[in-house]
Write a protein that binds this ligand. Structure first.
Ligand code: NDP
Length: 163
């Protein structure tokens, strides 16, 4: 992946790249802040966004829990990919007008009004951030289904390569 050779991409980052591609989001030359550096989401996401590919060519800042000026970094970002697992962490004051926001987070919170007894929240405070964005992904219904689709795609490619 780092060398941009054919390989199985981690499913969640691959799904996000596909989303950005399908919605024709311009990434080249843009500043991208990835919040979270896990092995399955944040770190590979940062590599994919920096690669010299159609979706890529960003100037990427990979942030984590020790990052000191996260708010300022996010305020200056054209693209924010929030993958830290803290419900509604990213608020409107952290996002610039016209930004593209991708919400990876999934946190279950109790909700007695739901039949299931819970609801899902993302890492982004959707209602207040959405009006500032040119694009934003919802939770649920955004990155999650793309992760599933990417897993299916990887599975299909694995079978094709085996055969
Ligand atoms: P991890 O817990 O493995 O990683 C979280 C990362 O966020 C860490 O790098 C951590 O920093 C960083 N972080 C935590 N708090 C802060 C903070 N206050 N400021 C900046 N960075 C912070 O989580 P995952 O990457 O596995 O998952 C992240 C979220 O995405 C979860 O909600 C998970 O459920 C969801 N998820 C969703 C998927 C989907 O398909 N939609 C797929 C996979 C995950 P540090 O390294 O310093 O500890």
């Amino acid at each position: 992946m780092v060398l941009n050779l054919p390989c199985f991409l981690p499913a969640t980052p691959a799904g996000i790249v596909e989303l950005l591609d399908r919605y024709n989001v311009e990434t080249s030359g843009k500043s991208c802040v990835v919040v979270g550096r896990s092995h399955i989401v944040g770190s590979p996401m940062s590599i994919l966004m920096a690669r010299n590919t159609k979706v890529g060519n960003c100037t990427v800042t990979l942030t984590h829990s020790k990052t000191k000026n996260l708010k300022e970094l996010c305020q200056n970002a054209d693209i924010i990919i929030a993958a830290l697992g803290k419900a509604e962490f990213l608020t409107a004051d952290m996002v610039k007008q016209g930004a593209v926001v991708v919400d990876v987070g999934i946190t279950r919170v109790d909700d007695p009004t739901k039949k299931s007894g819970f609801r899902l929240l993302g890492d982004v405070k959707f209602d207040e951030v959405a009006p500032k964005c040119s694009y934003i992904t919802p939770v649920p219904g955004g990155v999650g289904p793309m992760t599933i689709a990417s897993l299916m795609m990887n599975t299909l490619q694995a079978v094709e390569r085996r055969d």
